[in-house]
Design a protein around this ligand. Structure first.
Ligand SMILES: [Zn+2]
Length: 275
């Protein structure tokens, strides 16, 4: 999977690099991956995409949508472009070779989709449908009124991490970007949403907007790579790169714990566990 800032960056780079390239050959599922999802049989991908020309790309939640004539490719995977003659990885879940001998390679990390449908055809993936229907946190439509509408009736059951990063409440916001959002809002990932004071709810809303915008404007996070294999320009405050290092706000050492199916990072002073 990928998350919103990196999806926006990849889509922009595809628009600058791949538009007008005609697909010569498609290899799907070369390295089978348990959690790589295709539309039907990956062996049909060459027939579906071969001969088509890349027209445009856009980000939608944590997916990059690539339009190739009448076909649509929906990828939630690391995407990498290799010019003609450059060494390509041996392992991948999708490879598009273009007539100029450059290639686009998709590799799935934890899990991810590589759907291929005709434009307008249903994709048949609930998370994708929700990601398209709900306002992007980068858009003006994602305002405080909308944010409040996402809060369910029974807040007591929900931690801040679960609120932000489950059920596609906020399209493209996953376990990666949420770490710096919660640090910026000074909220521990385990805090129950009903324990947040009004001022903390406002901090959380503002952090969702500002941190995602900054990550996107900086070309994605430094823990992820762009279409050309370069790390993003956003320096993560809480990530595998910074665990055990001093918090830039208070100097306490950044901690890592397993929580809700993934690691959480936090500052034990800035983000105390209970209010
Ligand atoms: Zn701190």
């Amino acid at each position: 999977m990928i998350e919103l800032p990196e999806a926006v960056v990849l889509a922009g780079q595809i628009n600058q690099t791949l538009v007008g390239k005609r697909i010569k050959q498609v290899v799907a599922n070369q390295s089978p991956h348990k959690f790589a999802w295709y539309t039907g049989d990956p062996a049909t991908y060459h027939d579906r995409l071969g001969g088509r020309t890349i027209r445009t790309a856009a980000a939608c939640a944590g997916e990059v949508e690539i339009i190739a004539d009448e076909m649509q490719l929906i990828c939630s995977a690391a995407l990498r472009f290799y010019p003609a003659g450059e060494k390509r990885p041996a392992r991948h879940q999708l490879l598009l070779a273009f007539e100029d001998n450059s290639v686009l390679v998709a590799t799935i990390q934890m899990w991810g989709c590589l759907f291929c449908v005709q434009q307008g055809e249903p994709v048949g993936f609930e998370d994708y449908r929700l990601g398209r229907e709900r306002p992007s946190p980068l858009s003006d439509a994602f305002d405080r009124v909308h944010f409040d509408s996402l809060l369910p009736e029974d807040l007591a059951k929900l931690s801040a991490k679960a609120f932000l990063a489950t059920e596609q409440r906020i399209p493209g916001l996953g376990n990666g970007v949420l770490q710096d959002i919660l640090w910026t809002a000074k909220i521990n990932p385990r805090r129950k949403m009903d324990s947040l004071k009004a001022v903390e709810q406002e901090q959380l809303f503002r952090a969702v907007k500002s941190v995602l915008r900054e990550m996107t404007n900086c070309g994605g996070r430094d823990t992820e790579r762009d279409l050309f294999g370069c790390p993003g320009g956003y320096r993560t405050i809480l990530s595998k790169n910074t665990v055990g290092q001093p918090c830039p706000a208070c100097g306490a050492l950044i901690q890592k714990e397993a929580y809700l199916g993934g690691s959480v990072y936090f500052c034990p002073v800035c983000q105390i566990k209970e209010a």
